[in-house]
Design a protein around this ligand. Structure first.
Ligand SMILES: Cc1cc2nc3c(=O)[nH]c(=O)nc-3n(C[C@H](O)[C@H](O)[C@H](O)COP(=O)(O)O)c2cc1C
Length: 182
């Protein structure tokens, strides 16, 4: 049976390159993985005052969906050399209530996707700092900093073969990582 992976995309933009890459990964993932993109754009900014016994419905929906998954895959742009607020907010929502984090022990991987030359390295590593604390075993290799993403798509929306081949290597390695740990 395939393992279900929660995919969190760090851009809410309709034409997001990160979303495009996430969708390609969904298509090319080995059959041992089923990638499920989980909505994070509707989560109110984390505030302990609203996280009561009756939290916002979106908090409950998000926590339930992630808890039911076997692993987590972050596909994220870099905003100002760090991780976009929507991803950090989703991490914070999933980490509470205290003692009931949905993240612990889930095999994780990160791919940063950027129009810039350094492929979102800053976001990729800023994110790793939170994952250490949340006890998420995170794949180390291959590192995935996908730079110059706009130029990697042609006018018909096809991704360059070289980039697609790297995406395949990445998702195959992640499948191995999940199979070892989940
Ligand atoms: C607020 C903001 C900050 C950004 N900061 C960076 C940055 O630090 N490094 C970078 O490579 N690109 C940066 N960008 C450009 C993004 O890489 C680019 O907009 C990318 O396409 C966003 O991903 P998306 O296509 O999935 O929305 C920034 C974009 C925005 C909107």
């Amino acid at each position: 049976m395939s393992k279900t992976i929660a995919v969190l995309v760090g851009s809410l933009r309709k034409d997001s390159y990160n979303l495009k890459v996430a969708k390609i990964l969904q298509q090319i993932a080995p059959s041992s993985l089923s990638l499920k993109i989980i909505q994070i754009g509707d989560l109110p900014l984390y505030n302990e005052d609203i996280d009561t016994d009756t939290p916002p419905a979106s908090y409950s929906r998000f926590r339930k969906e992630v808890a039911a998954c076997d692993g987590v895959l972050f596909i994220t742009p870099e905003y100002n050399r760090s991780v976009p607020a929507v991803i950090k907010n989703a991490i914070d929502v999933g980490s509470r209530p205290y003692g009931h984090s949905v993240w612990a022990k889930k095999p994780t991987a990160i791919m940063s996707v950027s129009q810039g030359a350094i492929g979102g390295f800053g976001a990729n590593h800023a994110l790793r700092q939170s994952l250490v604390f949340l006890d998420m075993p995170t794949m180390q290799q291959p590192e995935a900093y996908i730079g110059g993403i706009a130029a990697s798509f042609d006018d018909k929306g096809n991704l360059a073969d070289k980039t697609k081949a790297f995406l395949q290597t990445f998702i195959n390695s992640y499948a191995d990582w999940v199979n070892k740990l989940a």
